[in-house]
Write a protein that binds this ligand. Structure first.
Ligand SMILES: *[C@@H]1O[C@H](CO)[C@@H](O)[C@H](O)[C@H]1NC(C)=O
Ligand SMILES: *[C@@H]1O[C@H](CO)[C@@H](O)[C@H](O)[C@H]1NC(C)=O
Ligand SMILES: *[C@@H]1O[C@H](CO)[C@@H](O)[C@H](O)[C@H]1NC(C)=O
Ligand SMILES: *[C@@H]1O[C@H](CO)[C@@H](O)[C@H](O)[C@H]1NC(C)=O
Ligand SMILES: *[C@@H]1O[C@H](CO)[C@@H](O)[C@H](O)[C@H]1NC(C)=O
Length: 512
């Protein structure tokens, strides 16, 4: 009897906070703007074999087709209906992706855009990805259907109808965010339509949702539609499994809306994480890596078991959203790999890796004037497939950070050290730091402008280990630096500040 009660309690504890990834798979990757066909292939050929737990996908529902500017990435954040067709593919392609990824144990997390529909000035017609009619002026979206009654125009108290002041929580939640028509989620009808959309995706087999613009919805309204969600499909998940929920709430401190208001609904994106880590690794504002000793709650982040963390996301890598110039991205590859390496080695939070496309970044007066540019595409606007080069990197303009050796191997590191405590911290009071994860893994960074030479306690069993940053273990061969851990757990590290990647990581699965 008490076992049943314990199990029930565990169920309640974890519920929507559990990512639902397979045991031992501890990260997901955001395949931003990828086509469903390419994601299905990537699950089978790369993500499953390398221990990725899942994929956050771009919004799958019908959206406005924006032609000025030409097909920006942000058109997918302007819904027209909840039919499943977008530049990533149609409903049959979506289903095929979910089934194929699920069958190899890589689960799908949908970016759910349910705070709003398209912009107020979008106009009327069939300029939508499935060709459904809409009239933004009349608030008419017959393919859902939504009409004027289903929007917050009457509730918003600003004269412009827009959010004018982020310190007024009523404006932030009842008014239009950058002119996007704000849904009246206090209405049961609207909640039911949102839940119907999400339940359709659950029936197909998805494992959870990123809830876009959660800060712009009342937590109670969200709870009302989340409570209407089904359990996950028992074709792939245990009976009674709740969808994983993580909410996009940008809280860098200093505004009226706080992340903790949303903890009842699920996890929340911790935006302080990437902003602060970028500042430390760039050594701005007198920050240094030695200060990372109490990284996590010690930096006034939210509790680890509520946090989804990332170095950059699709917004802040191009100056949208929040975090500012400190955010590390693929554009600063050397620092970026260190940042992602630190994140994946550190126990705090549930980790999401970013996978981007290239765009012609061009700064004018400190702003990237090409921050709108959409995914690699053909003249007709259709998205280009992800091509794979002989050296396993991606072509056709896809960056594929998740395929970079250093990042992919750190995803595996995190799986190997899963559940192990944060141990054996060392620093030189500057930018040389190291820490272990119990007796399973150890990582050393040299972000100073001089060489690191130190004998450190690793906590690992005696042996010769292969550094998974400069290379990796292939059969019984190490293609990178070898590290000798002595019987007392110590090892000598020598990391040049000029190294291609000035950090070294070892774990028990890469022992020779
Ligand atoms: C989806 O797209 C594929 C490929 O273009 C096509 O073969 C298929 O018929 C489409 N399915 C639906 C339901 O439109
Ligand atoms: C989900 O599963 C649990 C446990 O089996 C059950 O109590 C609950 O009613 C289910 N919820 C829904 C919405 O079906
Ligand atoms: C950083 O560590 C090195 C040894 O790895 C040491 O020589 C140097 O003095 C340290 N710097 C500071 C500021 O402590
Ligand atoms: C550090 O490693 C380099 C290259 O592996 C080697 O040449 C150098 O002598 C080492 N330095 C020390 C102090 O161990
Ligand atoms: C740092 O290490 C590199 C590579 O081992 C070496 O070439 C360089 O001379 C070293 N620098 C100093 C200041 O010792």
């Amino acid at each position: 009897m008490w076992i049943l009660i314990l199990l029930a309690a565990l169920e309640l504890c974890w519920a929507q906070y559990s990512p639902n990834t397979l045991p031992g798979r501890t990260s997901i990757v955001h395949l931003f703007e990828w086509r469903w066909n390419d994601i299905a292939l990537e699950c089978e050929r790369y993500l499953a074999p390398n221990g990725f737990g899942g994929v956050q996908i771009s919004p799958p529902n019908e959206n406005l087709v924006v032609t000025t500017p030409w097909r920006p990435w942000w058109e997918r954040y302007q819904p027209i209906s909840y039919q499943l067709c977008s530049r990533s593919g149609n409903e049959s392609e979506f289903k095929d992706m979910v089934i194929r990824c699920n069958n190899v144990g890589v689960y799908i997390y949908v970016d759910a855009v349910v705070n709003h529909m398209c912009g107020a000035a979008a106009g009327s017609g069939h300029y939508s990805t499935c060709g459904s009619y809409f009239d933004s002026g009349k608030r008419d979206f017959p393919a859902v259907p939504y009409s004027g009654w289903d929007f917050n125009d009457g509730k918003c108290k600003t004269t412009s109808g827009e959010i004018e002041n982020y310190n007024d929580l009523y404006q932030v939640r009842d008014c239009r965010l950058v002119s996007l028509l704000d849904l009246a989620l206090e209405k049961d009808y609207v909640r039911s339509k949102v839940a119907e959309y999400m339940n359709h995706l659950i029936d197909i087999g998805v494992a959870g949702f990123r809830i876009d613009a959660a800060k712009h919805m009342w937590p109670g309204d969200m709870k009302a539609f989340l409570d209407k969600l089904k359990n996950l499909s028992t074709e792939w998940f245990a009976e009674g499994t709740r969808p994983f929920i993580f909410q996009e709430v940008i809280d860098l401190g200093g505004e009226s809306i706080k992340s903790n208001e949303y903890f009842g609904n699920g996890r929340v994106t911790e935006f302080k994480y990437g902003a602060k880590l970028g500042t430390v690794i760039r050594k701005w504002n007198g920050e240094k890596m030695a200060y990372l000793k109490n990284w996590g709650e010690g930096w006034s982040f939210m509790p680890s078991d509520k946090a989804v963390v990332f170095v950059d996301n699709h917004d802040n890598q191009r100056g949208h959203g929040a975090g500012g110039a400190s955010i590390l991205t693929f554009w600063d590859a050397r620092l970026y790999k260190m940042g992602v390496g630190f994140m994946l080695a550190h126990p705090y939070g549930f980790t999401r890796v970013m996978s981007s496309f290239h765009w012609p970044r061009y700064f004018e007066n400190g702003k990237d004037i090409n921050d709108w540019v959409g995914p690699p595409s053909y003249e007709d606007g259709s998205t280009k497939p992800v091509s794979i080069n002989p050296d396993t990197t991606c072509g056709n303009g896809w960056i594929c950070e998740h395929r970079w050796r250093q990042i992919r191997n750190m995803v595996i590191f995190r799986n190997v050290v899963n559940g192990q405590p944060f141990t054996n911290w060392w620093d030189n009071n500057s930018n040389q730091v190291a820490f272990g994860r119990g007796n399973q893994g150890f990582i050393v960074f040299n972000n100073d402008d001089w060489n690191l030479t130190a004998t450190l306690q690793t906590g690992l069993p005696e042996g010769i280990y292969c550094d998974i940053i400069s290379g990796q273990k292939e059969g019984n061969i190490c293609t990178g630096i070898k590290i000798h851990v002595h019987g007392d757990g110590t090892a000598y590290f020598n990391i040049s500040n000029d190294a291609e990647d000035p950090f070294v990581a070892i774990h028990v699965s890469a022992k020779l």
